[in-house]
Design a protein around this ligand. Sequence first.
Ligand code: PLP
Length: 323
Amino acid sequence: MPDLAISYEDVVDAQERLDGVAHRTPTLTSMTADAIVGGQVFFKCENMQRMGAFKFRGAYNALALFTPEQKAAGAVAFSSGNHAQATALSARLLGMRAVLVMPNDAPGSKVAATRGYGGEVVLYDRYTENREEIGRRLADEQGLTLVPPYDHPHVMAGQGTAAVELFEDVGLLDLLLVPLGGGGLLSGCAVAAHALSPDCRVIGVEPEAGNDGQRSFRSGEIVHIETLKTIADGAQTLHLGNYTFPVIQQMVGDIVTVSDAELVEAMSFFASRMKLIVEPTGSLAAAAVLQKKIDTEGKRIGVLLSGGNVDLARFADLVKAAS
Ligand SMILES: *Cc1c(COP(=O)(O)O)cnc(C)c1O
């Protein structure tokens, strides 16, 4: 069995680093949700995390572990979404520079939020330019350290702290469902579950349109896919990571998929029943449970709501088009 990139100790260390910095987000319940699934559901609300998503945990943990030289030069990340904001905010809190490489067609609100956290935004054309090349060039020229969005042990350990808090709050679980993009969140949470609730079955949930994670899990090899179309923009990753995949293979029970329509239904449920704004990607795990993609009868189920960053007008359009 190959050595895994992180252990439970790494997650505990990350939790100490995040103490007093990240929000300890609430775990909410709903009698309506319990009635729908025939079990007891616990929603871990990372849509209420600083900057609006769990990604703050991993980015802050990674930046906090920079050497003094790395801290002096700063961080660079490429992302159109939550990882950019997470890196910008973490850098500001740690007194560092952060350069964020974002596509020039990224939502104005995301670019503005990233700049609002003090991040230096470099725009690129996603049809003619390669963001990884730009990121690497900036890193070389300015001595910046690249912070990957998911495939890095410090990022994975940071993300796992969300599940640690959930188990601390509610005790043992039968099932834990987690949104899946590149697998930073899922791998970190699986390591936490393995230590704190060993019999808990951990399940990753990804968009139907991009089921590379499910295919990788079932075939035993990382499957790469073409650009996919889904409203779950935080899970548009094209493949799992070299660090995240072995953890997922060893500690995750299964990977299931949900459709965009099912995501919108879950978003509507959260807004109308629980007064929560959850972004499409943040609703992946919840949609799988509410649609009973797995057997939930009589079970205690943890559901990670991973983020809440969605433009209000877009949220309204999605919900309205479905009703
Ligand atoms: C990034 C992101 C994900 C996917 O996380 P991975 O670590 O890439 O699997 C899920 N939900 C939200 C809201 C995200 O921003």
